[in-house]
Design a binder for this molecule. Sequence first.
Ligand code: 5GP
Ligand code: MN
Length: 323
Amino acid sequence: MITTHQKPDADAMGSSLGLYHVLVQLGHEVTVIAPTNWASFLNWMPGCKLVLDFENQPVKANAAIEAAAWIFCLDFNILGRTKRMEQLLAAAKGERVLIDHHEEPQTAVFAYGISNTRKSSTAEMIYDFIVESGHEALINKDVAACLYAGVMTDTGSFRFPSTTASVHHMVARLKELGLEHSKVHEALFDNFLENRFRFFGNVLLNRMEIFYDLNTALIAIPQSDLLKYDIRTGDTEGLVNFPLSIQGIKLAAIFIDRGEERKSSFRSKGDFDANTFARTYFNGGGHFHAAGGKNTESLDEAVAKFKKAIRENEAQLSSYPKA
Ligand code: 5GP
Ligand code: MN
């Protein structure tokens, strides 16, 4: 069985399905389970139709978790990131194997695994795992497309510092093995509906606040906006990057009122540690420059907490990052 974090993104789904296609060729019986639903722009991924959504298909998913001899945990490192699956995974008989690139793994719950925060993406780690175990020949077009989607999105289209020479070597190899990269870009980035852009317009016009003295930008989105613009899973992805590209901005934050909880995302530049910030104030975590969290207080309370938190971090925020 292969699982990943709730609201799986392209790296979570791409690494899971990339590994799936290799294990199936090796004769294994494999089930991929996502803890929740995912963005519809991921539905093109080969094998996506076979992925179980735990919240929609709990009986089938439960049976697969109980039956599994091996449980691959990809692109997350604390069981809490699997939401309602957490208890089941903790109690499962199968050996849990971690492959992940996030900070501070819950090592005690994994029998085996690799945690490497310097890796660009879990997709890159799955590529290494396949190649180093001698199965490069099993990387076909489907595997290549899945892994490329993960590494391309997690590196911000190969712009983040995590984009090492190894990443480019991997992509070159995937091209030799049949990757059609333009198709992946089109499927992921040219597949949105008009409402998403009307929503973005509204957010940038009415929901964004800039604190120039702290080089910080904040977006807070009430649930009423999500309903008005018919916003679905994945539609808000990337929104936090807009204020981060404003000159001088060192920290960009977004709070979204999803009703059941307030979801937050943090992106930073230079020496500001978004992972520690998310952990300290918003029950979250992630990477140094990209982290997220969630809280149960109201949106107004979360925003007030954020404003107080950035004042507490004034020393780090008020200095502009070096290139
Ligand atoms: P995003 O802001 O795109 O949701 O997530 C950014 C990074 O932070 C991702 O690597 C993601 O795994 C991590 N992250 C997001 N939300 C949470 C959370 O609630 N808890 C933890 N530990 N990590 C999170
Ligand atoms: Mn990832």
